[in-house]
Design a binder for this molecule. Structure first.
Ligand SMILES: Cc1ncc(COP(=O)(O)O)c(C=O)c1O
Length: 495
């Protein structure tokens, strides 16, 4: 039987009746001497001589760390203030703690976890970016075509957006100095929120420090353990985390599956039901059928929360989002200021009472320093552009680029993806995706690979973010470089 690094065996669901026999006969799948390994009981005798330092167990009589210095139970190590990884009732098959064997510090408690991520093709690093993010971007000191920024309208580098932010910093200072409920609620906030409420056609609006903060704050303020949240399976991590934080019952429906959604809406016994969906999905680029979802919510007495992170500024009259384009008014409308708006932060738009409740309850608003005045100034300038004729012109450019890109993808790669400014190109395997992304980068195109947990396992992809700044030549270059890279790659799975 093959055993792989990272395999965990529940102590009470061991894969054979005799663990000692199991490990003595197990095929040590590609693990040479000196690599940490899993073991159990007496069979460690044979393995320990080739192991770098020690093994951790958290089951049975071995509940502790076994090293050449002998076996030390967790209880004893804890008394000495040592850090150990433990999982109650679980056989932990991957932990090595160098610190426990002095002089043999090959591994910190985190080392094997990092190795495991590397082994699964999920290890992440932050690229170094310099200069303004436009159609070109400097990554690791190299100027490349940029298909990785959510700067859909190019506003992050717009002179008026930059100037207004700089002016607000000069006038009001670099930082807001406190939470919005204390000394951080600068008058610029009031102006921005009333602008957003007018633009969205709602009674009121509230600005958060980020979309992540907003989603945590909204969901955990409006629902608790008496409630049911019904969420699309591909909703963003900030929505998933908000659901968890709320302590509500959460039911997930398959992506865009309205029949399943309706089944869940029939469930009873909750104080309140909230359906939450993105309008344009961040990693798929497709759109939720908001009109139908809204009608279902109405029929079954549920609230509708829509995350317009990737539609704000880009879709709908004056860039108000997909809900406005569909002519519906969800109970809770959220959008970010860090994507098409080009700055940072997020808004919630709705009734006055909704906003007042969030001001009173949302811990991610109350217990954090308010976004600095420069951010608020820049966001204001960007939203003014979005709601103006200039915004219409930028959206028309983006639409034209979207159409051109689809045509090019279809003719060169036989795949066009959804009709929108986010174009996923599915590869499947994480390693292959990152390799193809690196190859594209080497040839001058920065298109980031997206892997688990941003998308489900096995659904890794390149994600092209199109902007109004790209020229048709940029699009042509990107598609032909991708086609070349795929040709050179042997065997990546095509969508
Ligand atoms: C759908 C969606 N909601 C919320 C967020 C979080 O927004 P922010 O980046 O402002 O924290 C994102 C960001 O990627 C997103 O894609």
């Amino acid at each position: 039987m093959a055993v792989r690094r990272g395999d965990d065996f529940g102590a009470w669901h061991f894969p054979c009746s005799d663990p000692i026999d199991f490990f003595s006969r197990a095929e040590l799948d590609g693990y040479a001497c000196g690599k940490p390994w899993v073991t159990w009981g007496r069979s460690t005798e044979a393995l320990v001589t080739t192991a770098p330092s020690c093994y951790i167990f958290s089951c049975g009589y071995l509940n502790g760390v076994l090293s050449r210095n002998g076996h030390r139970p967790f209880t004893e190590l804890r008394r000495q203030g040592r850090e150990v990884e433990s999982a109650r009732g679980q056989f932990v098959a991957r932990a090595e703690v160098g610190r426990i064997t002095p002089g043999r510090s090959e591994g910190s408690p985190w080392q094997l976890e990092l190795e495991e991520l590397r082994g699964r093709g999920l290890y992440r690093e932050m690229p170094s970016i310099s200069g303004l993010p436009g159609r070109l971007i400097a990554v690791e000191g190299r100027q490349v075509l940029n298909f990785s920024s959510n700067n859909y309208l190019g506003l992050a580098g717009h002179p008026a957006v930059i100037e207004t932010g700089a002016e607000y910093i000069r006038r009001y200072g670099a930082g807001s100095t406190a939470s919005r409920l204390i000394a951080g609620n600068h008058e610029a906030y009031r102006a921005l929120e009333s602008f957003i409420a007018d633009w969205k056609g709602t009674e009121a609006a509230l600005v958060f420090g980020s979309g992540y903060h907003a989603n945590l704050g909204i969901l955990s303020s409006l629902t608790d353990d008496r409630d049911l949240i019904i969420s699309d399976e591909l909703n963003h991590a900030s929505i998933i985390d908000g659901c968890r934080l709320s302590r509500s019952s959460v039911k997930v429906y398959p992506h865009l599956d309205l029949n399943h959604l309706e089944k869940l809406l029939r469930l009873n016994g909750f104080r309140r039901k909230v359906v939450v969906t993105e309008s344009v999905f961040s990693m798929e680029g497709d759109r939720a059928p908001l009109k139908e979802i809204s009608a279902l919510c109405e029929s079954w007495g549920a609230f509708l929360m829509v995350d317009e992170a990737h539609a704000t500024g880009v879709i709908g009259p004056r860039g108000q989002g997909l809900a406005a384009e569909m002519d519906i008014c969800p109970d809770i409308q959220m959008g970010t200021l860090g994507k098409a708006v080009g700055v940072a932060g997020a808004y919630v738009a709705g009734t006055r009472q909704l906003i007042d409740l969030l001001i009173n309850r949302a811990r991610s608003l109350v217990f954090t320093t308010a976004a600095p005045p420069g951010t608020i100034g820049s966001a204001m300038a960007a939203l003014r552009i979005i709601a103006s004729d200039e915004g219409d012109a930028l959206r028309a450019n983006l639409r034209a680029n979207t159409n051109t890109f689809r045509r090019l993808m279809q003719s060169c790669l036989g795949h066009s993806g959804p009709a929108g400014h986010i174009v996923p190109f599915r590869i499947g395997d994480s390693d292959a995706t990152m390799r193809i992304s690196r190859q594209c980068f080497t040839r001058g195109v920065f298109v980031h690979g997206i892997r688990y947990p941003s998308v489900p396992e096995g659904a890794a992809r390149l994600r092209f973010a199109l902007t109004s700044l790209h020229t048709s030549e940029d699009l042509q270059v990107a598609v032909s470089i991708l086609a070349d890279v795929l040709r050179d790659e042997s065997g990546p799975q095509k969508p």
